[in-house]
Ligand binder design. Structure first.
Ligand code: SAH
Length: 372
């Protein structure tokens, strides 16, 4: 890529507000934003020349000043259960992963926000890679566009499409909030992908300042990766807990939910690890901890990966854990493992991080400090 090309803006990541501001600045009518966005996100235009209802002058201006580039798909893998995984090349040259999980009445896309991750949760294979780089807005929304376009090609009668998006792929979304927020906005905008705010979920390991920024900025759904009912155990599993302990995390989440109103809840994710956080006492503690907190609980049986010392619990143990919480009145679902044969399950997404020099402890710290 030449230096000039690199400096071009990628219009794929432009929100409706960005388009209106740009058009106004050019002395053009703001309603052209509607036409342009439909071309980009509904008809998957790859070039401004396709936009036949836009004046030639405007098309040429956009072509000169920017580009409309989707990230490159390096590989597409399909599981026997219909789960589909795309390995996507980021600007840094490393690969990230996007996973589509079809179910009877819905299709969930699991989207990555970073190449690698700085948070180093002890049971997550992405964390073991360390942090490499942030994805740009165009690379995040690009994952949804790629999935939508490919699914429309593979299932022309549209019986399989993305109805839900979870920012639960590689990375910590709230440590890349400046790129994640516009992407999430595009997912929910009718001129973008028109997915309901209840069906677009940002998941965080507990970056409290990031959640504070979400308040009054967005109404996206929020999930937190709790995984432990007390600080001692959570410090071990999710090290960012040492900086933002459970009480502070739940407090800011409650404020976020209250602010949204409309009986919105927070999803509490709890990866169940054999012999680590799955004892009856953990369930009791969790139940006490979450009393009065507006939430739904999602249990994820631990998915093993090479080199981990943790074990997957038996389904009986997971069900017993679930039953204890259900008895106390919680709404609790258990996430079934999908796409096992293509390593597409939670915590198994590793992509291929090229620059390993940044995987050091020092670099992790810098990234966390800078972002919060
Ligand atoms: N960083 C964000 C989003 C990515 S992880 C977050 O922490 O929420 C998506 C979910 O998968 C998180 O709840 C994460 O803790 C969980 N997860 C990670 N590794 C896992 C594994 N090996 N087995 C099961 N769940 C895992």
């Amino acid at each position: 890529m030449t230096e000039a090309a690199r400096q071009k803006v990628n219009y794929l990541g432009y929100t409706q507000a960005d388009w209106r501001a740009l058009l106004e600045g050019l002395g053009e009518k703001p309603f052209h934003a509607n036409q342009i966005m439909k071309w980009i996100h509904h008809r998957f235009a790859g070039d401004f020349s396709e936009m036949t209802d836009i004046s030639k002058g405007l098309r040429e201006h956009l072509d000169h000043t920017g580009e409309l580039n989707e990230p490159e798909v390096f590989k597409e893998l399909v599981s026997t259960d219909g789960t589909r995984k795309w390995l996507i090349k980021s600007a840094s040259g490393s690969l990230v992963e996007t996973v589509f999980i079809p179910e009877d009445s819905r299709g969930t896309l699991c989207v990555s926000s970073q190449v690698g991750c700085a948070l180093d949760c002890s049971f997550c294979s992405t964390g073991k890679q360390g942090f490499n780089s942030n994805l740009h807005t165009s690379e995040i929304i690009g994952q949804l566009r790629i999935a939508m376009r490919r699914l429309a090609e593979v299932y022309p009668d549209r019986n399989r499409t993305v109805t839900n998006v979870v920012m639960m792929g590689m990375g910590e979304p709230l440590l890349n909030i400046d790129n994640v927020l516009p992407a999430v906005e595009l997912m929910m905008d009718d001129l973008g992908y028109g997915i309901s705010k209840r069906k677009v979920t940002v998941s965080t390991a507990g970056v409290v300042p990031g959640i504070e920024k979400l308040i009054d900025t967005t109404d996206v759904s929020l999930a937190i990766s709790l995984h432990a009912p007390n600080d001692e155990l959570r410090n071990e599993l999710v090290p960012i807990n040492k900086k933002y302990p459970i009480a502070r995390l739940l407090d800011v989440c409650a404020t976020y939910a209250r602010n949204l109103g409309e009986k919105r809840t927070i999803t509490v994710e709890y990866t169940v690890i054999d012999g680590v956080n799955d004892a009856p006492e953990h369930a009791r503690q969790l139940s006490r901890l979450l009393q009065g907190f507006p939430c739904k609980i999602n249990l994820i049986p631990f998915n093993p990966f090479p080199g981990t010392g943790y074990k997957r619990p038996s389904m009986t143990a997971v069900r017993a854990f679930q039953d204890r919480l259900v008895r106390d009145g919680y709404s609790v679902t258990v996430r079934t493992t999908r796409g096992d044969d293509i390593n597409a399950a939670c915590g198994q997404l590793v992509g291929q991080v090229a620059d390993k020099t940044r995987r050091q402890e020092k670099y992790r710290k810098i990234q966390v400090e800078q972002a919060v």
